[in-house]
Design a protein around this ligand. Sequence first.
Ligand SMILES: *Cc1c(COP(=O)(O)O)cnc(C)c1O
Length: 400
Amino acid sequence: MPDDRDLPRPLHPRTRLTHAGRAGTRAHGFVNPPLTRGSTVLHESCADRRAAGQRGLDQYLIYGVCGTPTHWALEDAVAEIEGGTRCQIVSSGLAAVTTALLAYLRAGEHCLMPDSVYGPSRRFCGMLESHYGIHTTYYDPALGDAGIAALMRPHTRVVFVESPGSHTFEMQDVAAIARAAHAGGAKVLMDNTWGIQFFQPFRHGVDASIQALTKYVGGHSDVLLGSITTNSDEDWERVRQTALILGQYASPDDCWLALRGVRTLAVRLDAQMAAGLRVAAWLRERPEVSEVLHPALPGARGHDIWRRDYTGACSLFGVVLRPDYTVEAMHRMIDGLTLFGIGASWGGYESLVLPTTGTLTRTAGTGDFGGPAMRLHIGLEDVDDLIADLDAGFAILRAG
Ligand SMILES: *Cc1c(COP(=O)(O)O)cnc(C)c1O
């Protein structure tokens, strides 16, 4: 069994995912790397301990908070998924966002955030402003290079992208935005949770890519983890040093569970993409629906960018109802669904629904699609059962 780093190239992504992070296999003979727990690492001598302390940027045993072979196995696998060189695992997807922003921004500097950004990321930018004097400008996610260039200030250091927005599904032209950002001396940070294995951020100019591994990588709604992946030594140094300074840490047990998710990620995503598109196409034909916000659906908003940049889609998308239905009627419909759980997060094996209207904070005038909107996550249930459940839900909606 070769070390995954020795595998011949080119191999298709799903082959690489069955091997990524399994270097530990050699030592024990088992298929999977062992779960390693520990805080204290014992060193042979004072000189060895001092030498270990100099290796903080490497996968090297120093102290538990600096990582274990279990963390490294997941880091190698996520770097493989993202097409980057190095990866830092942190405690949650949100922690990946906050750690990355802190790695690149200093007091008095400026950040550009899409109006469609994940709500808790926006809240953190509010704290950066009030506590540290780091100002954020929210921009329309539809802006291209000229629009971004016009918003750049001399001290803009970060342009953040999240494509598509995880509640309203606006696609962003990441390569165009990255050109304007780099021309103005800023780094591009991306929340690539929706794109997961279907968008290769570093081919589009992203400098640091963030994943909420909580979603499809975890895949079973029982793990919280995040990752920041980089593709250059300079970016790796910033991200890694910041994570160490902040004491960012994730449980090795959770990393080990996430590694199980990695092995089945491609087949789950295949099945969920197909199921999501079937439900989305069915919804679009419904008289109660004015628009389906699913970038992979032909003719949908953002489809051109999706077709150009993505090799697939996950199963999270939005549904906008006709404006004559009230938000209260939509809530009754949602409450009446039996196979869709009402809950935060997504990417597990089970279907979920959340109202979108009334839950968003927007300051750049985006996010209104004319009628009450909700977000669906399609799981691994039989699609016919999901469609029957939604059909019964529409009867409740029509009853008012
Ligand atoms: C869920 C989510 C996060 C945060 O992940 P957690 O692990 O729940 O903290 C960040 N970004 C996006 C787009 C998400 O959907």
